[in-house]
Design a protein around this ligand. Sequence first.
Ligand SMILES: [Zn+2]
Ligand SMILES: [Zn+2]
Length: 168
Amino acid sequence: MGDTTAPPTDGVCPADHGSSRDRGMPIGHLCDPCYAAYIDEADNRQAEDEGATAPPPPAAPACPVCGRDQDRWPTGYGRWILLEPRRLFLNTAVPAEQQWFIAHDGIAVNRRHGTTPLGDRCRIAHRLVCGHGPRPTNLAHAFTEAWLRNRADAGLPPGEPDAGDTPQ
Ligand SMILES: [Zn+2]
Ligand SMILES: [Zn+2]
């Protein structure tokens, strides 16, 4: 496998790394391999944050928990996200940081607070509503509905209703 050298945390390469360049704040002066490692770490952190940890092609786009194929899209930072297949949600029903949009270049974009949504409907990450995963708690009602649909699709019982749920 490749070099596993971690980038120096003080933004200065050791003398034996060869030529380094100023990469700007807060990165510092790094050689090319250290800079690549820095970017890779940053991308990994963002992927963890956003749940974009799906296996890349040619692996199947299967959820590691339920095993069912999902909609896999590339992110703009070289990682992959599994979105709920074919399901669109009104933006007003989903908190901004859990909204995903597919840009016209085929890149999945996670909306952060303050960014402009791409349309009035969004997609959501599958892992939050996987029918084999825990019932969503502390999430918008749309997530509970999607989780219940996935439970039904998988032939699983709906589970105990939350205290806050409206009786049907
Ligand atoms: Zn270096
Ligand atoms: Zn799943």
